[in-house]
Design a protein around this ligand. Structure first.
Ligand code: FAD
Length: 402
């Protein structure tokens, strides 16, 4: 694997860097820095999406024919890295990176024409209706029923942990269309408008006080058969395709590196309690070095995946390895951020948002105000998109042959 950039790639990186320096608004950057959740709220996220869309860079992972950039895997990586290092918010991936590839790979021409432009324009905001009470890791056991009635399905059931369902106007959803076959074979993939009669959303507040996830109830919701992607019974195949993108579709290392750098900057002005600075304390330096090595190892695996993709190979179980390592590092770095700030890092302000004119005044600093909320929020990393135990099992079976 060659990790040196060509002159063209260096020029591309410089172009992205210059664009970010000019076009990433300070308010968006501040909002991202003060958001404890994985995805920022739409007022921040959609503003940033619109700026990228105006430049033609929002569909940076999409093929050109669907309004994407058609960039190479190296260009996509450089773009993600520069965005992370500039402090840009995480893009809300639900429409852009999860359902869009399903639609442009498996959708009908009508579905492609209807949904893809609206993802880029921000007219549609998507949520993911996979998990149910009782069906998380064992997703194939899902119970939400879709019964055929002429040209429609009648959908009944409930989805849980549905991120940003309270903002979304569209949900991609796994439903059971056949109860007589093997459980994986009876699942279909539907696109459901959230304003259809019978859809309701109940908030779930997470332990830091954030409203990020929800329970979605579906009571006799009429969904046209035309809203099904691929054939009836193909849902499991599409779900596996989508989950592989969710676990390995982005490079996590650059953002983790940026956050670790922020912690290291704070340590340069925080006392160690013995008359020196924390940044010089051996135990602290050891913890930071361990995290840094972890981030660098993750970056190498992510680059290996990119290199495989560039050669037309599917990454396979390497995406599970990335998800596992990135989740553990996320939690480690968020713990470092709490620890570096001492008692000030323990504040937990329940007010939201923590950015903008109405944000409560911080004690000590903005970083301190968000540290514990972010630490609590990042507990979710080892759960969503497949838990650490599930990723470990995949690695054990497919890589280690256990
Ligand atoms: C913040 C957050 C956001 C989320 N957003 C969404 C979303 O937008 N859409 C969506 O559909 N879902 C979402 N999820 C749900 C997420 O995908 C599930 O929580 C996850 O798949 C785990 O399922 P579960 O919660 O039912 O736990 P369970 O599957 O019940 O697992 C409980 C425990 O048992 C362990 N376990 C289960 N099975 C095995 C096994 N075979 N081997 C070893 N250990 C096992 C698990 O690792 C875990 O520790 C989100 C979750 C969180 C926390």
């Amino acid at each position: 694997m060659d990790i040196d950039l060509s002159p063209e790639e260096t020029a591309f990186r410089d172009e992205v860097r210059a664009f970010l320096a000019e076009n990433l608004p300070q308010a968006v950057k501040d909002g991202a820095a003060a958001s404890p959740t994985v995805f920022v709220e739409p007022d921040i996220g959609q503003t940033w999406n619109a700026i990228l869309n105006a430049k033609g860079w929002l569909g940076y992972q999409w093929p050109k024919e669907f309004g994407g950039t058609g960039w190479s895997s190296v260009q996509r990586y450089l773009f993600e890295k520069e965005c992370a290092l500039a402090g840009a918010p995480n893009l809300t991936v639900l429409g852009l990176k999860l359902v869009a590839p399903v639609i442009y790979t498996f959708g009908t021409p009508e579905q492609k024409a209807q949904y893809l432009p609206r993802i880029l324009s921000g007219e549609d905001y998507w949520c993911q209706g996979f998990s149910e009470p009782g069906s998380g890791s064992d997703l194939a056991s899902l119970q939400t029923r879709a019964v055929r009635d002429g040209d429609n399905y009648i959908v009944t059931g409930s989805k849980i942990w549905t991120t940003h369902a309270h903002w979304a106007n569209m949900m991609f959803c796994l439903v059971r269309t056949d109860t007589t076959v093997k459980k994986q074979a009876g699942i279909s993939f539907l696109l459901i408008e959230m304003d259809r009669p019978g859809v309701s959303v109940r908030p779930i507040l997470t332990m830091a006080g954030d409203h990020e996830v929800n329970q979605v109830f579906l009571e006799d919701v009429v969904v046209p058969v035309a809203n099904r992607v691929a054939e009836e019974g193909d849902g499991w195949k599409l779900a596996k395709f989508l989950l592989e993108n969710e676990r390995g579709g982005s490079c996590h290392a650059p953002k983790l590196d940026y956050d670790l750098q922020q912690v290291e900057i704070i340590a340069k002005s925080e006392p160690d309690g013995y008359g020196g600075l924390l940044a010089n304390a051996p135990t602290w330096k050891r913890r930071c070095a361990k995290a840094k090595l972890g981030v660098q190892s993750l970056e190498m695996i992510e680059l290996k995946i990119l290199s495989d993709l560039a050669k037309g190979r599917q990454p396979g179980p390497q995406t599970s390895l990335c998800k596992l390592l990135a989740s553990n590092l996320r939690q480690e770095i968020d713990l470092l951020a709490v620890d570096v700030l001492g008692p000030a890092g323990l504040q937990l302000d329940p007010t939201r948002p923590l950015y903008g004119d109405n944000a409560p005044p911080p004690v000590h600093s903005k970083e301190a105000q968000v540290a514990t909320a972010r630490y609590l929020n990042s507990r979710a990393w080892t759960i969503f998109g497949g838990t650490n135990e599930v990723q470990s099992s995949i690695i054990a079976k497919t890589v280690l042959g256990l």
